[in-house]
Design a protein around this ligand. Sequence first.
Ligand code: ZN
Length: 279
Amino acid sequence: MYYFDPHIHMVSRTTDDYETLAKMGCVGMSEPAFWAGFDRGSVESFRDYFRQLTDFEMKRAAQYGIQHYTWLCINAKEAENVELSREIIAMIPEFLDLPNVLGIGEIGLNKNTRNESVIFLEHMELAITHQQQILIHTPHLEDKYQGTRMILDMLRGDARLDRSRVLVDHVEEHTVRHVLDAGFWAGMTLYPVSKCTPARAADMVEMYGPDRLLVNSAGDWGPSKPTAVPDFVLEMRRRGHAESLIRKIVYENPLTFFRQSQNFQFTPPDVLAESPVEG
Ligand SMILES: [Zn+2]
């Protein structure tokens, strides 16, 4: 089955991983900007990182027939440096017209601090004034519920925001309904050390239905599994779910969401041209 991984950090993965993903049916992916494992010191450091995301990774993916897209921001972990964050937000528009840029992300909260909220709101303003989609990181473990509530309050507080163009990621059982009920898209992250397993993701699909739900691996430089989306496909098959339902979640839903970005020009693999998948 063809699939799309809507949240994966390929800068921290090898070219062998691209090959493996392609063999497993991955035809497209989107890579939000994130933390490098250390706090970067200058706006130039981010400019170079954005060049990597908008140029080099796209070419590396294309060698394996994978279409690579990206999102730009400064991560919440680095938002405590408000001055640097503002310099980066001011620089991001240089990149917004490049062909693989889908929007602003992954913005969000980490420890739910005041500075993180300030920078979250300034990213939101950037997205709204440039008609960009938004991809949101919700905090881990014990900070998740409170952080998700704070994020939803900030999003709901701005009437200009089109909620169907916002993806709230890393949802779990105690947050997914709040996100979907408010009209946003929700991403379930399959991650070995925290977040969600394929079985828990399948449970959530069974509880809430497939609409506005996405599944991703968030594969990065930590303990993570870039092939986690195929694990979810297998779990859904084990439970006897229809191929059409599985394909909706791992292929059609990402396309429907991403097609709202002006830069998204995805070409389905040739074989699909004969029996086009409805978006
Ligand atoms: Zn991420």
